[in-house]
Every structure is written in C-alpha cells, then in structure tokens.
Write a protein that binds this ligand. Structure first.
Ligand code: ADP
Ligand code: MG
Length: 138
C-alpha cells in the first residue's frame, strides 16, 4: 500500500468536477483516506511548489493556486503514486492520453485540474504539508 497527495486545483473546483475526479480515483483502486477544502495563501502555494522556485511559471502558478479554494486529498492504494499520475495524464493536457482527467477537463497547461505527487519523498512532504496523522484515516 502506498499513499499520495492529490489536489483538485482551483480551476477544477470552479469547473465543478470535484466529484468526477474523486469518482475516477474510487473506481480505479484509490481510496480517499483524508480530504479538506483549502484556500491557500500565496506564501502557502509558494511553499508547496518550492521545488519549482526557479521555473519561469513559478509566480503565475502560485498566483493561480492561491486564487480560490482547492481540495486536498490523501489517496491510498497499490502503486498509488503512479496510478494517480496515470489517471491525471500528462502535465500538458494536449499530450495527455485519452480518458485521463487532464485530457478530459483541462484547457490550459497551467490550469490543469489536478496535482499529484511524483514520488515517495514528495508524497510524504506534500501529505504532511496539508494533513497531520490524526486527520488521515488509513
Ligand atoms: P505535474 O503537475 O504534472 O507534476 P510539474 O510538476 O512539472 O507538473 O509542474 C507543476 C505545475 O506547474 C503543473 O501541474 C502546471 O500547473 C504548472 N506548469 C508546469 N509546466 C508549465 C508550463 N510550461 N507553463 C505553465 N505552467 C506550467
Ligand atoms: Mg509535479
């Protein structure tokens, strides 16, 4: 069993696809074991995406991530990290495979509906960014 962090980003909340995204997780072996709606500050978004601080899109990305409510979740399942990444699809929705969340709902490389951890260490950092152990019902 593995855990990963998922976020339905502010564009996903705005588009009303929270339920659709969760449905895809639940029908594909990922169990929601923690969940909360969060309105990140610019500083919180910058801390979350600290690894991307040198990227040209860092400022715009953190503006976007702090622009409205998002839904953070801990998902648990076999190969949860890779499984979630597969359900999400490529970062750029134009390159994402048919039937993936980003291909189906994203219309912009930055506003791409969901976030998912990309490895065990980032998953552990990102889960603890939003949840303490008492809030995780695994
Ligand atoms: P992923 O979310 O697929 O793991 P990255 O970690 O590379 O992708 O990037 C983090 C987020 O930054 C992306 O989900 C997207 O919102 C944004 N992003 C990535 N690349 C670009 C880009 N070239 N232009 C604008 N935003 C980008
Ligand atoms: Mg990433």
């Amino acid at each position: 069993m593995e855990r990963t962090l998922s976020i339905v980003k502010p564009d996903g909340v705005e588009k009303g696809v929270i339920g659709e995204v969760i449905k895809r997780f639940e029908s594909n072996g990922l169990k929601v074991i923690a969940m909360k709606m969060v309105r990140m500050s610019k500083e919180q978004a910058k801390g979350f995406y600290y690894v991307h601080r040198e990227r040209p899109f860092y400022d715009s990305l953190t503006d976007f991530m702090s622009s409205g409510p998002a839904v953070a979740m801990v998902l648990e399942g076999e190969n949860a990290i890779a499984n979630n990444r597969e359900l999400m699809g490529a970062t750029d929705y134009r390159e994402a495979a048919e039937g993936t969340i980003r291909r189906d709902f994203a219309t912009d490389i930055e506003r791409n509906i969901v976030h998912g951890s990309d490895g065990p260490e980032t998953a552990s950092f990102e889960i603890s960014y939003f949840f303490n152990e008492l809030e995780i019902c695994g």
